[in-house]
Design a binder for this molecule. Sequence first.
Ligand SMILES: [Zn+2]
Length: 399
Amino acid sequence: MNPMEIVFTNAKLADGMLNDIVVQDGRITAIRPAGSDANAANVVDIDGATLVPSFVDGHIHLDTSFYGDKWIPHKSCTNGFDVHERVAFQAQNMAVAAPMDERARNQLDLCISNGTLQMRSHVMVDGSVGLKSLETILKVREDYTDIIDIQLVAFPQSGILKSPGTPELMDEAIAMGADLVGGLDPLSFDRDIKGHLDVVFGIAERRGVDVDIHLHDAATLGTMTIEEICARTTALGMQGHVAVSHAYGLGDLAPEAAKKIATLIAKSGVSIMTNAPGNHNFPPVALLRAAGVNVFSGNDNIRDSWWPFGDGDMLRRAEIIAYRSGFFTDEELNAAFDVVTSGGAKALRLEGYGIAVGAKADFVTLAAEHVPEAVVAIPKPRRVFKEGRLVAENGSVIR
Ligand SMILES: [Zn+2]
């Protein structure tokens, strides 16, 4: 009997059996059939709930959500979806919103209470806001270090070449503490794929950081950009360190063309992020996974200037991905779950992720028979444990 040990008993794992998860110093040290540790000093009863690894929100915007603030009605673009116009709406909305740190904390609490303990947030860095948003979000991250692991991406929301001073600001952002360099539609926004990617990969190479590029461009424009990103990733030996977020263009391709580029993406070790938004074609998740591409997900926008939706729940996101992908079998529902868990862990290169001996004890209880049922039922309430410590229960973060 070790007094520092915590035994999480009666936890149902993927094998369908009840297990004891033994945790010491925040790590899982043993997994045994339930009841093996009758003399344990510290026991937490999971009551037969399904225990899963914490969710990975691999794409969110902590600086731009209005969650917890007053309702801001959505404005439609004048003539179909237009990134420039949406950015302008966003600037108008942000000017009258509650302080950014308050809104970011509201959003974090929402995500954590749903079971997300690892996150990648893009933060605007450009000529309009400079490094102000990043300064705010860095402080918020500091306050949440015990509860959630957050990676920050220096995100050029107004383009890199179109917004003077942005390359220098992005470089400075990494020096300040941002973990990754971002990008935005090199062709349609900056109209210069080479110039845009020179800056992104230049900073990544110089600073030794990963890359995560927003790519909304459809069809050929999108796939051309992905081909170029794959080429640069391979040339720099950055396989496993680069992600393309949205990649809507992949959803516009005929299956044969999609398979061809999927093979290239897999070979280049580029991850694809999709949140399966309702108004776009989106990447063919099953096809990509079958080709060996790592697919991950995120809530992306939660009640912001881009759309009014979002509840911070990655399990619902798995359901949305499954629903829109036409996933029905248990295997397919498990695949959607992988996208919001292990797929995210791989894209974010998380150490010690998963329910396994040696991994961090970051897990969530779900009142469901197994993962496929959880994906369709989205059960609540949940208990959320960070390194073996209860950090959220009944929809609230515990401090
Ligand atoms: Zn985004």
